[in-house]
Design a protein around this ligand. Sequence first.
Ligand code: NAD
Length: 361
Amino acid sequence: LHWERQIRASAAVRRDDGIAVLVTGAAGFVGTHVSLALRRRGDGVVGIDNFNAYYDPSLKKARKALLAGHGVFVVDGDINDARLLEKLFDTVPFTHVMHLAAQAGVRYAIENPASYIHSNVAGLVTLLEACKSADPQPAIVWASSSSVYGLNDKVPFSESDRTDRPASLYAATKKAGEEITHIYNHIYGLSITGLRFFTVYGPWGRPDMAYFSFTRNILQGKPITVYRGRDGTDLARDFTYIDDIVKGCVAALDTAEASTGIGKQKRRPAQYRIYNLGNTSPVTVPALVRILERYLKVKARKNMVEMPGNGDVPFTHANISLARAELGYKPTTNLETGLKKFVKWYLSYYGYSRRAGGKHQ
Ligand code: NAD
C-alpha cells in the first residue's frame, strides 16, 4: 500500500523515549500545528484527513506539504473507514490518538446537518471502536468545544456548568461526543481527555472563521457583516491563540494515563477528563475589527446586523483554573499580538502586495 510505505519512510516511528501519535484532522488548522509541535520534540506522528471541501482544499494541501517537510505523512482517508483505521493501528503501535477531525462551524449546519452526524458522531464512534480493539490501546485526547456551553449565561464558563442548552447542531454533536467518549471510558477502559477549545485563531487558520474572512474582505475592499446581540450588545469571544492551544494539547497528551484495557488486569480506572482551553479575556467583535484595521492599514466597511439566530451564541469566556492546575496550561498571547502574527502570515501566504493594489491569490 502506498501510504504504508510512506509511513514507514516518514518519521512515524517514535524515538525510544517519545510517543507515537495518530492525529486525525491533521491537515486542519489545529491538527497541523499540533503535529509540528510533536515532531519538533521527536515524537512519531501520522496524520489522517479526508481533505473535504468545507473550506478551500488547496489550503489543506499546502498544510500537508508543510507537514511532509517535517516527517509527518497525512493519509488521505475518512475516520468512518474502519478497515483503514485497523490497518493504521496494525502498522504503527500508536500510544496516543489526538482526535481533531470534525465538521466544524456552526452556520453550515443549517444547510448540511448530515455532515455533522457523519464526522462528529458516526466518525467518532468508528475511531473509538478502532482504539478499543488496538493493541496497545492508545490514550485519546480530542477536541470538544466551548460551544457546548450554549445559552449558559453564567460567566466565566467552568467545566461543571450546565451544557444542556446547545445553540447549534455543531454544539449538540460535540456534547454528544463528550457522552459517547464517556461510554468508551466506562465500559472499555479507554483513557479519554476532552478539550473544550475557545475560538482558536492564528497562522494557517480557517477561512470560514470571522477573523480570517474579515481580513480577506477588508483587503479586497468588500463589506464585512458584524453581528450584534438582540439587545444591541456586541458579540464577544474568548479568542485563543493557536500556540497556546497547542501547548494545552501537548500537555494533555503528556498527562494522559495509559488505558487499562478490557480483559487486562485493571490497576486503576482509566481517566476521563474534560478541560477548558481558552484565553480568559473575551474581546468584542468590533474591537477585533479595529485591531485588524490597524494592522491592514485599511478601514473596514461594516454592516452591523442583528444576530440571525442560526447557531451563534452572544459571548464565550473560559475559566481555565482546572487546566492550569492539572495541565499547567497558561495562555500567554493576547489578541493584539496573535492577530499581528496572523496578518503577517496571511499577507505572505496569499502573496498580497499592498502597493500593487492587492491581488488576492
Ligand atoms: P479544521 O476544519 O481546520 O480541521 C478539521 C480537519 O478534519 C479538516 O482538515 C477536515 O478535512 C478533517 N475532517 C473532517 N471530517 C473528517 C472525517 N470524517 N474524516 C477525516 N478527516 C476529516 O478545524 P480546526 O479549527 O483545526 O478544528 C480542529 C478541532 O477543534 C475540530 O474538532 C473542531 O471542532 C475543534 N474546535 C475548533 C475550534 C476553533 O476555533 N478552531 C473551536 C472549538 C473546537
